[in-house]
Design a protein around this ligand. Structure first.
Ligand code: BF8
Length: 646
């Protein structure tokens, strides 16, 4: 039986239960795949054409070229680009879905949506050159949606949000030929480059990788974030809870799972209707409990304070509680195994997105024009399912941790600036004076190859102890939330003295949850705001900042890492990108590239060592900026307590 490898006691408890019930989960499947394919790990297999599949012998003895003549550099770089394209496409399409909904709203074709952030709509509209003075909201909305959609098909020029980046960076992108011109154009061009016999230079392929990733970070992801804010409201700091203990034994439990908040937001709002609650009560439930998994959970968590049941690895385990009456899935990070696990219980799974189907799973297409009607129907199905629960098999772990979430670029602005002065000055000053060493984003997935969740927690604690302010999104944020790091009180326990002073003065946690993975674009904006405030250089590559994904697994994570690097932000992954089979490519993206874009990659599986690589990087940036030495020495991380968590 697979050794249970998780930092979270609720996960351990439910995994044990699953194993006793002979329900296979991601942990067993991960073990059954071991040892994972070495050619795949090294990036040395190519199946892009029917001359092969080919693979390069990493020991230099067997084949050193594919049938077409491609060497290990070309093969690894081409694979890397394909991964990045796939990840970027996911985020970009997510942004498109939201913009199409925005257009439908403007045309009066939606049910249940409205503009919740009028100011933001107008600000973004102005950026796109849409006139906002004395015009009806609908007209502004329609023009904006059409302009954004046009950027998807744009053939030349530059993306609008790119203008938010520092001038120096934009000039560099132009010089390197990696300025994204249109969102779909970069996806298509990048894929076309990876065909047999097209782009055969690994450096050129890396350039294409950066360009397509920039179309994500400064394109699709930023569109997704901004349009979500317009449609669903700007997140604000809100208290909530995280972990499987948020499921309720005496209520109808509905889990929303996936990524696009078009579904989850309207389900969360509709579930509050009196008539539906009355129906639930008539079936013996005390109410309707909406919770979420993965990034759609993060979307409604940061906007509405809806509790999050778990991150990626917990999706099967949520069903093993036997208490989930309905799981609604849209797309991305939804395991195909869910239908099988659900079949062991009364749980109903419904897929809702036309792009994501699951054999044997009921499909109810979620269309914006009948959003509320569909949500109502689905909630009624969950209510009908509630009495079918086998009470003897219901097992909900007690773990649920209090969290404070919802820190956006605008919100941080407000909080760190204090109530009377909305400015980044206090944050910049805290960095300049040596209270805060730097700002690091610890983001990304959780992965059964790691001690899941544990890598995030260990890395974040080490960073906090060294006065690093941590910003999070995605499953990493949920992992740290479960461990109590998203509470203001965490500053007292884990933060170095300087960081602690700042957190106490402002009343924020030392770890700021900023939302879903597309909301990593918020972190780019925060970096822009820090630069605009002044005193810390003129480009991202000057800032004492970094990004990390200790347990990354999705291709989306690769795309995020690349747009950060291309933006001049150093990135550390907990396991290597599939490039190690090519010495040239590895050296290029971990060393040479620093001289080209001012940032690059590092790989380190030990999260504490990883934290120190990041701290060294931040220290070097501080030295270059000639900032004052840190006011306080780092504190020691309480490893005993860490051991207790693990
Ligand atoms: O987009 S962190 S496992 S849920 S890919 Fe997926 Fe990774 Fe979680 Fe969100 Ni992001």
């Amino acid at each position: 039986m697979k050794k249970i490898n998780s930092a979270d006691s609720a996960t351990k408890e439910m995994l044990k239960l699953a194993q006793e019930a002979s329900i296979q989960t991601i942990w067993e499947r991960s073990e059954l795949q071991e040892p994972h394919c070495g050619f795949g790990i090294l990036g040395l297999c190519c199946k892009n054409c029917n001359l092969g599949p080919c693979r390069i012998d990493p020991f230099g003895e067997g084949a050193q070229y594919g049938v077409c003549g491609a060497d290990k550099d070309i093969i690894a770089a081409r694979n890397l680009l394909r991964h990045t394209v796939a990840g970027s496409a996911c985020h970009n399409d997510h942004g498109r879905d939201l913009t199409l909904a925005l257009l439908a709203l403007a045309e009066g074709k939606t049910e249940g949506y409205r503009i919740k952030a009028e100011d933001k709509l107008k600000e973004v509209a102005k950026e796109y050159g849409v006139s906002v003075e004395n015009r009806p909201l609908n007209a502004i909305t329609k023009d904006l949606a059409e302009k954004i959609l046009a950027e998807y098909g744009q053939q030349s020029g530059e993306l609008v949000f790119v203008r938010r980046a520092p001038k120096k960076r934009r000039e560099l992108w132009r010089k390197l030929g990696i300025m994204p011109r249109g969102i779909d154009r970069e996806i298509t061009e990048a894929l076309s480059r990876t065909n047999i016999g097209v782009d055969n230079d690994y450096k050129s392929l890396v350039n294409a990788t950066m360009k397509v990733a920039l179309s994500d970070g400064w394109g699709g992801s930023m569109v997704a974030t901004e349009v979500s804010d317009v449609l669903f409201g700007l997140p604000e700091p809100v208290r909530s809870q995280a972990n499987l203990g948020v499921l309720k034994e005496d209520e109808v439990n509905i889990i929303v799972h996936g990524h696009v908040p078009l579904l989850s937001d309207v389900v969360a709002e509709t579930a509050m209707e009196e008539a539906l609650i009355a129906k639930a009560k008539a079936k013996g439930a005390k109410g309707i409990n909406i919770t979420g998994i993965c990034c759609t959970a993060n979307e409604i968590l940061v906007r509405k304070g809806i509790p999050v049941a778990g991150n990626f690895l917990q999706q099967e385990l949520a069903l093993v509680t036997g208490a989930v009456d309905l799981m609604l899935v849209d797309l991305q990070c939804v395991m195909p195994s869910l239908a099988k696990v659900a079949s062991c219980y009364h749980t109903k799974i419904v897929s809702t997105h036309e792009k994501a189907r699951f054999p044997g799973v009921e499909h109810v297409e979620f269309k914006e024009e009948e959003a509320v009607t569909t949500a109502r129907r689905l909630i009624e199905e969950a209510i009908e399912n509630f009495p079918k629960r086998d009470k003897a098999r219901v097992h909900i772990p007690k773990e649920k941790t209090d969290i404070v979430v919802g820190f956006t670029a605008e919100g941080v602005f407000h909080h760190l600036g204090g109530r009377y002065r909305s400015t980044y000055l206090p944050l910049n000053n805290a960095i300049i004076e040596g209270r805060i060493r730097g700002v690091v984003a610890v983001v990304g997935c959780d992965n059964p190859k790691n001690e899941s969740g544990g890598s995030h927690i260990a890395m974040v604690k080490e960073l906090l102890a060294h006065d690093v302010l941590v910003v999070q999104t995605g499953c990493a944020a949920v992992a740290c939330g479960k461990a109590g790091l998203l509470q203001p009180e965490a500053a007292l326990k884990y933060a170095g003295l300087g960081l602690r002073e700042v957190c106490e003065a402002v009343g924020i946690p030392p770890v700021l949850h900023s939302g879903a993975c597309v909301d990593n674009s918020r972190i780019l904006i925060e970096c822009c705001n820090i630069l605009n405030e002044g005193g810390l250089g003129e480009d991202f590559s000057d800032l004492p900042v970094a990004g990390a994904a200790p347990e990354w697994m999705a291709e989306k994570a690769i795309a995020i890492g690349w747009y950060a690097v291309a933006s001049g932000i150093f990135v550390l992954f907990g396991s290597s990108l599939p490039v190690l089979g090519s010495d040239n490519l590895t050296r290029y993206i971990t060393k040479d590239i620093f001289d080209i874009v001012g940032a690059g990659w590092s790989f380190e599986s030990d999260p504490v060592k990883g934290a120190h690589i990041i701290i060294d990087h931040v220290n070097k940036k501080r030295e270059k900026l000639k900032l004052r030495p840190m006011l306080h020495p780092p504190i020691t991380v309480d490893n005993k307590e860490m051991a207790a968590v693990v």
